[in-house]
Every structure is written in C-alpha cells, then in structure tokens.
Design a protein around this ligand. Structure first.
Ligand SMILES: O=C(O)Cc1cc(O)ccc1O
Ligand SMILES: [Fe+2]
Length: 467
C-alpha cells in the first residue's frame, strides 16, 4: 500500500455540525486568549477567513482563524486562466442558458481519455440566479481521471456540496485532509482553497453550489430531537501543513463563474493551526436515519432532507439536499413509489448506486434528471404497471440496492447549452410515460340519463345533454 494511502486511511477528524472547532498540527501553535497576537507562536501569520458578513447575527456568523507559514496574499497577480474552459456558469441568463419546462434526463458521462483533473472536468448543468447578487445556485457535474497537480482551487462564488458517484476523492484543504468515497458527501464552503487527488483514477460525481448562504441541518419539527442526519456524524479535518518550497504553485480562483490563476512559491496548505466554525466537512450517507410512512400513503421527499440552505421565506429552500436511501417500504393499500406530481420547486436528481424506485430503467448511476417548476413527472409506465399488478398483498419490502438524491430549489432553473445539446441527453425520455394507459373503468355509453353511484354509494341520475 502506498504511504499516502495509509495516511488517508488513518485520518483523524473532528466531529460535529457548526461547532467552534480548534485544531493544531504542532502543539502550542494556536494562540491562547486572543486571535491576533503581535507575534504568533512559531512565527506564524494570523489570517481570518470570513464566511459571513462581520455583522451577521451570531447564530449565522461563520468564520475561522488560520495560523499559517505565509499569508494567502503572498502571490503574483491574478490573470484569466488559459484555457478558461468556459463551461462554468454563475449568473444564469439568456446568453448562457435556457429555460425549458421539458422533462430532461441524461445518461452517465464517460470518463475522459485525456488527462483531466477535477477543475477541467467540472461543467455546469443548470442553475438559477446569480453569484454576484448572492442569491441562486448551480448544479455542476464532473468527470476526471487525474489528480490536481501543484494547484489549488478556490471558489469565491459559493459553497460546493460534492456528491462523488465513482472514485474516491482525497481532498487537501486549508483546515486539513479528508477522504470522501462514493456514498459520502463533502461540503467545501466559499473561499476555501482545496486540491483533489484521485487515488482510484476514474472519477465522476455531482456538485451543487449555493450562492450567498450556507447549508444547515433541517429543523426536525414533530420528528423530535433525533433522526435524519445527526450533528456528530459530520466530520471536519484536523490541521495538517506542508511548509516545503513549492515553486510554481497555482491558485485557480473561480470568481463570477470565470477562472483566474495566480502563482506563488509555497503551498496554500500551510496552516499549522486553526480555530473557528467555518470549515469543510464530510458526511457518510449510511449514517442517515431515514423516516418513512408506517401505515399508508407516500410521504413527501422532504422527510429525508440531509442539509438545507434556506431563503428568507420560512420553509422555502434555496436548495435542499434530499436522499432516497435504502429503507423498508411497509405502507398498506398504498401506491408505494413516488406519486405523480407537479411541483413549484425544481428537482434535479442523481443516482449514486442501484435503481431509483420511480424509474425501472433509463435512470442510471451517474446519470441525472431535471424536472423543473410545475413540470409533470412521476413513475415510468413499467413501474406503475408492476406496482398495481402486485396488488395489496406485497407486505413489507426492504429497498436495498439504491441511493438516489435530489437537489431541490425554489428558484426556477435554467439549463446550460452543453447539457441540452449533449449526446448524453435522453431524447426519448418522454416515452417512459407515453405508455401510461387509461385504467378508467367507467363505461362511456352509460353516461347521459343513466343511474350511477354517487360518492355516498346512492344512485343518482346524470343530467342528460338536453337538461
Ligand atoms: O420526482 C421524484 O422522483 C422525487 C420525488 C420523490 C418522491 O417520493 C415524492 C416526490 C418527489 O418529487
Ligand atoms: Fe418530483
């Protein structure tokens, strides 16, 4: 086993959600009693990273202090990145994306043949709003096959929630290192510098980016004090630093959807100690405690929200991250798959593994779908027919091999041209519903003037056409 592999396997983490964490890679590196001593321990520089405005209310205030070998400002000027791959959008408008009410579905993307790291492999599928105005979101996907060499990415636009579907991610951040495997997620908040190594080579996944707000744990309402994602299962890295000379190290900054580069002669991962409540974190979706109906009818998917980023309107999310994990289905006299529906929220879905309960085929691991605001959707014909043919006597059933998720947003989504024009787009998606036939049993000939049972079971006459 490679040395690096061993290092990642035995990584330690701090646990908790939104805690004020402290971590030092060298004992005594964290100043005590103040943030900015005249001279910091070990001659380190103090630097603050603010993830909220200075004056945000205390419960929303997020910031961290880094004690680092050299401050981040020690770099050459930013220049537009060449090549600036041009498939990242952070302000959605008619020049870079389209609004369409059509149901959209994509097949999984192939891993590229040519060397492609996380930055080059990232492309925006859809989104809404603007990073400039600090309201909106983007959904990106990535396919990559190589580690980021001598460079770090920094997203000035928003927070990334990364959902790897294939291949582990070894992520070095200013707070330390994280290993993230498919089935886990990682949140890298706005402004953090990070580098992604791909120990397994081929790698693919989904990213949601939120502009101007951070993820929170959802309120649990009547569920009570426990359930869904537990705060203690969120893992934050411990301080780790590299102080070796790194000539030609590049910072790639995403700023307003465009990429800029700046050279420096040291690693940005030179933070010897840090403290604060603004930090990257990961979460293993297997730790999620799902809820479901226990007697009849189908619960709305919000019941299994892992993380939410709220708007100012109570209960209306800028973006909810919802999962459909393995669970027991027990509902009686109920159509158990998702109901047919139209939603004022837009729904982007991905599949990490297995089969999704509403689609018997065509929605594949690594693939995606988008059902925008008020666009009708629901189970495909095969799912509907199989479900009703099984009847009421199916009994409890464990849905084992499945892990789907949804990014659900109140903001109306626009799709990017490379998503709409992609050969991966399933042009026949609508066909999965076209075969849904009428099961209406009422006979048309019996209409006018005939006796039919009304809602109370009593007989009544329908008015004839002449009435
Ligand atoms: O459309 C989907 O597949 C997602 C979804 C699942 C569900 O169980 C109920 C509503 C819903 O939007
Ligand atoms: Fe839906």
């Amino acid at each position: 086993m490679m040395e690096e592999e061993k290092e990642y396997l035995k990584l330690n983490y701090l646990s908790g959600f939104g805690n004020h964490f402290s971590s030092e890679a060298l004992a005594g590196a964290l100043p005590q009693g103040q943030n900015s001593p005249l001279i910091c321990p070990f001659g380190l520089y103090a630097e603050q990273l603010s993830g909220s405005s200075f004056t945000s209310p205390r419960k929303l205030n997020q910031n961290s202090w880094f004690y680092r070998v050299k401050p981040s400002v020690t770099h050459e000027p930013f220049k537009p990145r060449v090549p600036n791959h041009g498939k990242l959008v952070s302000e959605f408008n008619q020049s870079n994306s389209s609004a369409t009410p059509t149901q959209l579905r994509w097949k999984p993307a192939e891993i590229p043949q040519s060397p492609t790291d996380f930055i080059d492999g990232l492309y925006t599928m859809c989104g809404a709003g603007s990073s400039y105005l600090r309201h909106g979101f983007a959904v990106h996907m990535y396919t990559a096959n190589k580690s980021m060499d001598d460079c770090a990415f920094c997203n000035a636009d928003g927070d990334f929630l990364v959902v790897p579907q294939k291949g582990r991610l070894w992520i070095t951040t200013e707070c330390g290192k994280l290993q993230v495997s498919p089935g886990e997620i990682v949140v890298i908040p706005q402004g953090f510098r990070f580098s992604i190594d791909l120990p397994d080579g081929p790698s693919r996944g989904y990213v949601s980016e939120i502009f101007g707000t951070h993820f929170q744990l959802p309120d649990l309402g009547p569920i009570g004090a426990n359930g869904l994602a537990s705060a203690r299962d969120f893992l934050v890295p411990v301080a780790w630093f590299d102080h070796s000379p790194r000539p030609g190290f590049t910072i790639v900054q995403k700023f307003g959807g465009e990429l800029f580069t700046a050279k420096q002669d040291f690693s940005p991962f030179n933070v010897v100690a840090w403290h604060g409540n603004y930090a990257p974190y990961k979460y293993d979706l297997k730790k999620f405690c799902p809820y479901n109906t226990v007697l009849f009818d189908h619960s709305d998917p919000s019941i299994n929200t892992v993380l939410t980023s709220p708007t100012d309107k109570p209960g209306v999310a800028l973006l909810d991250f919802v999962i459909f994990p393995p669970r027991w289905l027990v509902a009686e006299h109920t159509f158990r798959p998702p109901y047919y529906h139209r939603n004022c929220m837009s729904e982007f879905m991905g599949l990490i593994n297995g089969v999704y309960e509403a689609k018997s085929d065509g929605f594949l691991p690594g693939g995606a779908s988008l059902h925008s605001c008020m666009t009708p959707h629901g189970p495909d014909t095969k799912t509907f027919e199989t479900t009703i043919s099984l009847g009421n006597e199916v009994g409890p059933r464990r849905m084992g091999d499945t892990l789907a998720f949804m990014f659900e947003s109140s903001v109306i989504t626009r799709a990017c041209p490379w998503a709409l024009d992609s050969p991966l787009m399933d042009q026949n998606y609508y066909q999965c519903w076209i075969g849904l036939k009428s099961h209406f049993t009422y006979e048309v000939e019996k209409q006018a003037g005939e006796e039919i049972p009304n809602g109370d079971g009593k007989k009544e006459s329908l008015p004839s056409a002449a009435d």
